[in-house]
Design a protein around this ligand. Sequence first.
Ligand SMILES: Cc1cc2nc3c(=O)[nH]c(=O)nc-3n(C[C@H](O)[C@H](O)[C@H](O)COP(=O)(O)O)c2cc1C
Ligand SMILES: CCCCC(=O)C(=O)O
Length: 352
Amino acid sequence: MSTVPRLPATPREFEEEARARLDPAHYDYFAGGAGDEVTLRANEAAFRRLALLPRVLRGAGEPRTEVALPGGRAGMPVLVAPTAFHRLADPEGERATARAAAANETIMMVSMAGTVGVEDVAAAAPEAVLWFQLYIQPDMPFTETVVRRAEAAGCAALVVTVDSPARGVRERELAHGFHDLPDGLCCENLRDGAAVRPIVMSPDIGWEHIDRLRRMTDLPIVLKGIMNPADVRPAIEHGAAALLVSNHGGRQLDTLPATLDMLPPVVAAADGAVPVLLDGGVRRGTDVVKALALGAAAVAVGRPVLWGLAAGGERGAARVLAMLRAEVREALALCGCASPADLDPSMVRRTC
Ligand SMILES: Cc1cc2nc3c(=O)[nH]c(=O)nc-3n(C[C@H](O)[C@H](O)[C@H](O)COP(=O)(O)O)c2cc1C
Ligand SMILES: CCCCC(=O)C(=O)O
């Protein structure tokens, strides 16, 4: 009789199980942040500082969790953030993640630094809604080649990461000497003929590149890595369809504020012109509900999915997403909400 291995039951246990299974260098690559990891810790701490204030006796009925976004509908307001190198966590890599996302009716943002090509990710989960994350390469003809591949694979949006004019310095990576993928793995979306190009994070990228991208494709463009409200107007003027408030999970510049703390001013600056999403430190359904109450249209999770993948492959990643979905439903119900639209800023309160 074959037995199915037991999966961890909480986000913390998933991380512990992943840590036990992963090569320590790979665990630290996934877990770590830039500098002293001030921002990495701040993201999660900001959610703990905020308390929920439910409403009562609203007769809201069973809550619905789906949300409509420029790149399609998601069955829950928790998307999969783009993270690199999934085959370090599981041999199936991004294929497994896409199936886990599809099983939970949510959207997967496929990293440009994926270890499975976007076509193969799409083929592995034909029902998955995929958004393609792009680092605009200064070689624009090559950027266009990558965009065409994402379009041909059926991706429904481009997520352009704008917080990386240079690569963040993560001391945990330096301590392990982690620079390259092991033999046999590479960034499949960077293939150029027989060669695989390195990803260039260029300080030369500017708004004119967003304009060129806008002219290149009809796909909605989500700008990922907006933190300063001063960037919101230009983003809208240059055609962004949505903004993703992100500090790259604390992996780029250290000592940025928590994303949750910048959400209200970014939402205010967007003034309803485009939906605003958030990632960074979302670990529980209550975290999701707090971000939605402060005006996020949806959130995304990075590391929790990697822990699921490392702890239990596709099943593990699917379980992490299913836990979040169940927790969001429960938190909405206990807040007296019929859907995310019933949340508002009066339902959260700062505790310190
Ligand atoms: C291991 C790892 C790899 C990442 N790779 C990418 C990437 O290739 N492109 C990108 O835009 N963001 C990348 N990110 C950032 C995530 O998209 C996201 O902003 C962040 O993980 C959210 O924080 P969380 O991990 O606390 O949920 C990566 C994050 C991690 C942890
Ligand atoms: C060149 C891969 C970049 C992945 C990334 O964005 C990260 O590790 O945070």
